[in-house]
Design a protein around this ligand. Sequence first.
Ligand SMILES: [Zn+2]
Length: 493
Amino acid sequence: MAWDLDEYRREAEVFLEEIDREYYLQGAGHKPDLEIEPIYERHEGLFERTAVERVGEARRVAEGEAETRLRYLHQFALDGYLGSITRSFEARLAELEASLEIEVGGEAISYRMAPVVQANEPDSDRRAEIETARNAVLAERLNPLHREAVESVHIACVELGWPSYLDAYSDVRALDLRALAGELDRFAEVTQPNYERILDPELARSVGLSLAELRRSDLVRFFRATHLDEHFSAERMVTSLRKTLAGMGIDLEAQPNIMLDTESRPTKSPRAFCAIPRVPAEVYLVIPPMGGHEDYRALFHEAGHAEHYGSTDPDLAFEFRHLGDNSVTESFAFLLEGLTASPAWLERILGADGAEAAIEHARASRLLFLRRYSAKIAYEVELHGPDADLETMPERYASLLGERVGVEWPRETWLSDVDGGFYAACYLRAWALEVDWRSELSERFGADWFARGEAGAWLRDLWGRGQRLDAERLLAEVSGRTLDFGALAAELS
Ligand SMILES: [Zn+2]
């Protein structure tokens, strides 16, 4: 059969619709098992090596917007092809993770439950024991599979003609990932002098330790920050989202394409998520019936994705609605998420007195996260580069992460802590872009922009553009600004 580009596009859209609906149905607790294998089998032609080559060939002779569309499709094909190579490893890893147990102080804990038990464990020494036991199992039983998987995707990228996995993703993302890592090195330098001063009071409040005393295994407790939960009640969670959007002139009830799933079901995911089978016609915002500051953050984050995808112009090409630079959608998710730690929002929407603690904690945890991600991108550039020596990578991983975060970092997670396709770059750029959106909104509409209909209209215009433009181009077109990490570093130092 002759290979047809338009047919490939159409099938890609059908595939994403089927797979996202399956993730929605299973994650929302409508069905017990995630049955994605039959969907992949039905569409296996999408993920063959020839697909990457054909789309790449079409892209090489295209220009302008046609080239951008094909580049997004090229990334889709590459992700899919590499995914088809790693799928058998992932299935074996999932099976092992589900069956393995660790032993801590004579007590057996399932491998998968260990991080949850660890986050809820008040004793720091026991948290460390749980993490050490889990990492030992990871190193012995799971890492050999992780390593085989990463070696096979490295080989696949070279066979496709790129010098390395790093170069493959720099190409399909049209992003100089090495330069990005360099920018984040500077971010880490600038934020170093005040890092400990910003972290210490928040660490004291959440885990009762200073940065100097902190261990890697205490971090889950720090992020969990149960002392903040009193301001963030379960009953008011969905109301506060409706109220916030209504303030921007966005009536969630009047958006029939954004389906709010608030019902409680036994197997529903405990975290909010957004699923997008058809952009913009079928978008699900799935909300667990919990509360607490982490759940509010997750809900507002996912609502940012839902509003972005749900407001996307239906006439845009498939690639501009479903694919493209996810830094854009993540920036809108961070924008709404950030409201839950902004003084004006806490006062106006939650009427929270003494919410400074939430604001300070959010600042400290954002700084820690960004420094962690600055190390991750530096590490991933080495791990996936043409000269990578996998033997030395666990040590590089532990020293880069340990140095930037300021705690002794374990080597064992050197592969399990890596997201495929340099997704870390999307988060990093989205964090920088969010600062620009926030400045634009405050300058145009005031500090309480989230309570202004005009701000909502301005955002909806942005959201309407989907991901036709990448983060840099969208920002330049809207504001004339250039994307960098300066403002973010200033905010956090
Ligand atoms: Zn997100």
